[in-house]
Design a protein around this ligand. Sequence first.
Ligand code: X8Z
Ligand code: ZN
Length: 602
Amino acid sequence: MPHVLLPALFTALTLAAAPAPKPTVDPAEARAFVAKTNADLKLRQAQAEQAAWVSYTYITSDTEEMAARAQEALMAAFSTAIADSMRFSALPADADPETTRALQLLRVNQPLPAPLDPAKRAELATLAAKLTSIYGKGRWCGIDGKASCRELPELERVLASEKRWDRLLDAWAGWHTISAPMKGDYARLVELANEGARDIGFADAGDLWRAGYDMTPQAFEQETERLWQAVKPLYDDLHCYVRGRLARVYPNKLPKDGTIPAHLLGNMWAQEWTNIYELVEPFPGRTNLDVSAALRAQKFDAHRMTKLAESFFVSLGLDRLPATFWERSMFEKPRDRAVVCHASAWNVDYSGDLRIKMCIEPTEEMFVTLHHELGHIYYFHAYNRLPVLFQSGANDGFHEAIGDAIALSITPSHLKKIGLLREAPSDRAALINVQMKSALEKVAFLPFGKLIDKWRWDVFAGKVKPEAYNAAWWALRRQYQGVTAPVTRTEADFDPGAKYHIPGSVPYMRYFLARILQFQFHKALCDAAGFKGPLHECSIHGSQAAGKKLQAMMALGASRPWPEALEALTGSREIDPGALLEYFSPLREWLAEQNKGQRCGW
Ligand code: X8Z
Ligand code: ZN
């Protein structure tokens, strides 16, 4: 469980009142406090969300300022509520569990806890808004100046489709210039968030981030390590195979140390490698898995792609999305203003005003991301009636896993059914091709998902200082992913800042957990749907029984510790990497054959 006491504040309060009488805590008073806090926070959160929505979808100095001030007001509300909640730190063990849980969640709710000093609180809110804006406004104008400026979506398209080394390098290095100016502000943000975390009894902000998982922060760190060790051999096999194939495409160009240069993997951050599928296709010409081509050929626009994604959830018996979702979401990149294109889902007023913000293009990658975002939206929708402190996932990994679990049901047979693939062949070559494509997304991501917060935890803990930010970043990229920078990096660069979640201060371990949880969810939903057969062939499309199970888990929100929510869906209280390994077992076997006699590792 997260800490129940707030050591710093608690000590101060008890010392001031010495000699301290034994505190008497009235459970009814605690209940009333939680109810008032829920009402208060709901209002403030909605105001902050509205301001943030406008600033993310229309970046100007005015909207940035307004979002910062709304965030500041929310931070102040949290500080007051947490300080007030101290009177209930001695709540008897048999107090009603909902109140106890709400009080615990209150402390771990914000990723950037503000210091008690109002001037520092304002500074933190301003810095957070500024960093997000820098990211959103980022563009690369090349050496020839403004004539050919490109924003992130365009640079990402280069990484996704270009094969020429130099062009890839230009787009990669260009995007990584946008974050250099963030470094000083980021270092200050770390100091301020740490002070805020200490003010409410944590060692640092990383300690607070690790405290949101119904176990001690230390136990959580060990848990992530356990999961990583279980899936690492599969990643190592994939890395070895992909590197071998890339060595054929770029003869004599790969480094001798066994790593892969970061600009060759089809993605700006080398986090998912699906876009180089054609370069590494196990059995060329045996399958046509080009869903992007089908989407383009059939002239799918953003609205139609979203409708198609919605129809999957509806087939499970879940509700249609509300009219306001269609009216208020941002589906496409506006032509007349700067926006943060990074896809996100919004629970704007915590009462049903649900929106997504995306720069949708007709690609398979975006189609999968749409299911991811709708997973968030359906989770919001399922728990919207709960008090706001319970309006979260069972843990944040659950929130990230719902839509992905649904998207695992978009099998070739399903795609054929909905007209996005012409055939769904079932021979071994086809199976290995399909599994490779899926592994390039799911398995390739695993070390990336783990290392982002390994870096941030070390930064927050002061183990990595600003003078070594970039060096530590690349040491982890190399250690976990076996990926290296394609050009020399120095501490004048700030490459972590070129990834949205760093300037955005969005914790990242959630995505690592989700990559594993989604297979566990998928397996449980397939069981509920009565599917018999290998896991990678299952699609739960149309199963009301699966939908009911999913809905029941989502409706719990964060009201119960996550092992209970997991048990409700899967029957197990433990995160189990077994389902992911089972799903990819055909590929694993094939990779082992391929890699025989190869020099693997780095
Ligand atoms: O940020 C996201 C979602 C929004 S929560 C689009 N993802 C991570 C990323 O893009 O880095 C989904 C996968 C990992
Ligand atoms: Zn997400």
